[in-house]
Design a protein around this ligand. Structure first.
Ligand code: SF4
Length: 379
């Protein structure tokens, strides 16, 4: 496909009309740059300067902020007055891990409406009984009050919010109320689903929630590969649900700015990006593949010998259904930090001793002494 691009975030993303959209966004940014010149907002000037300014000689090895294709797509769906707020979020998300800067809040908070999942995908931690067997205490659903208190903490402080983590969000019956509560409060709000339970009511709830992105997790375009990877799944049912969502969006929400994406994990040699695009393209805006990380057995897998500090320690924070906090979902058994929102706020945890000690260990070249960091491929 002509419009298929390799994105630096290790994913392949298929985008439509990239050139024109980039031109339009750059023209808006130049306008914004002129407006901001005299305002004294140093972060805004830094961001716009890095995006638009010439590269100076002493900056040859300096990693500058740039706009990935999917970011351009997100910008095209915002109003000009929202640009700066969004760019500040995106800058923090991309550049704070590189500059090792810890802000007052994480750039992105990932909230888990449910740790329960109806699937057992072959590459997923749900296949690990230590997680998914209820007797170990990791399975459950977030209650609405806890969700609201998290949203209240991060509204105005965080732009990136993703509803998803170890489980499938749509198994939580309170999800429509959660979506309604967070609606309109963030500029980079996303939800991931396997679409198996995506009925008409849930489709309307998502479309009314003013989210920016909806990701359908699917790794194949045909059977038997789909069911081989997405164990307990049913491709016919998922396609029917994704198609119905598409039709509802077209018919009842034609002004919706929501970006829809099918995203698969690159895991099996039979997977074919062109076939994926051909099949899913009629129902969604984007089709993507992300690299496989050995989620399903990370604690027992080989050490990877990677010493680079992990970007997630400066980029995002996960909140499990029960209020426990984790730096990533690779550590799905929550061994790296022992913190909960029952005792501290998100900002206190993000800037607290446990997190700072973990960051320092990574910076001191001691990632290999941390489990499961030594067996993880995230950099
Ligand atoms: S387990 Fe992986 S993703 Fe999680 S903090 Fe360690 S290196 Fe980062």
């Amino acid at each position: 496909m002509n419009n298929k691009v390799y994105d630096k975030a290790n994913s392949i993303l298929d985008l439509k009309g990239r050139g024109k959209k980039r031109e339009q966004v750059l023209s808006n940014l130049e306008h914004l740059y002129e407006q901001e010149k005299t305002k004294g907002d140093t972060l805004a000037q830094q961001i716009l300067g890095e995006l638009l300014g010439p590269i100076k000689e002493d900056e040859v090895d300096y990693q500058r902020f740039f706009l990935r294709d999917h970011v351009i797509e997100e910008l095209t769906r915002l109003s000009a007055s929202q640009y700066l707020r969004y760019l500040k979020y995106r800058y923090a998300y991309e550049m704070y891990p590189i500059r090792r800067h810890t802000a007052e809040y994480p750039p992105l908070v990932q909230i888990e409406p449910a740790s329960v999942c109806n699937y057992r995908c072959v590459f997923c931690y749900q296949t690990d009984e230590r997680l998914s067997n209820r007797k170990h205490g990791h399975m459950g659903m977030m209650d609405l009050d806890r969700f609201k208190s998290i949203i209240d903490q991060i509204e105005g402080n965080v732009e990136g919010v993703t509803l998803a983590s170890r489980g499938e969000p749509t198994v939580n019956k309170k999800l429509p109320e959660m979506l309604a509560y967070m609606s309109g409060k963030f500029l980079a709000a996303k939800i991931n689903t396997n679409a198996y339970l995506l009925d008409e009511k849930m489709s309307h709830a998502i479309l009314q929630a003013d989210l920016q992105t909806l990701v359908f997790s699917a790794d194949a375009a045909a059977e038997p590969l789909y069911s081989k990877l997405r164990v307990n799944g049913n491709l016919d049912r998922v396609v029917k649900n994704v198609k119905r969502f598409h039709d509802i969006k077209e018919k009842h929400y034609s002004d919706s700015k929501l970006i829809t994406r099918v995203s698969g994990v690159r895991f099996h040699s039979d997977q074919n990006m062109d076939e994926m695009v051909q099949f899913w393209d009629r129902y969604v805006d984007q089709v993507a593949f992300v690299d496989y990380n050995p989620w399903e057995n990370v604690y027992d897998s080989d050490r990877k010998g990677i010493d680079t500090p992990c970007s997630d320690l400066w980029r995002r924070l996960f909140v499990w259904w029960d209020g426990k906090v984790a730096p990533c979902d690779v550590d799905y058994l929550t061994t790296l930090v022992d913190e909960t929102l029952l005792n501290s706020s998100i900002s206190e945890i993000w800037n607290g001793n446990t997190y700072n000690t973990l960051r320092q260990k990574h910076l001191d070249g001691e990632r290999q002494k941390q489990e499961p960091c030594s067996r993880c491929v995230v950099v």
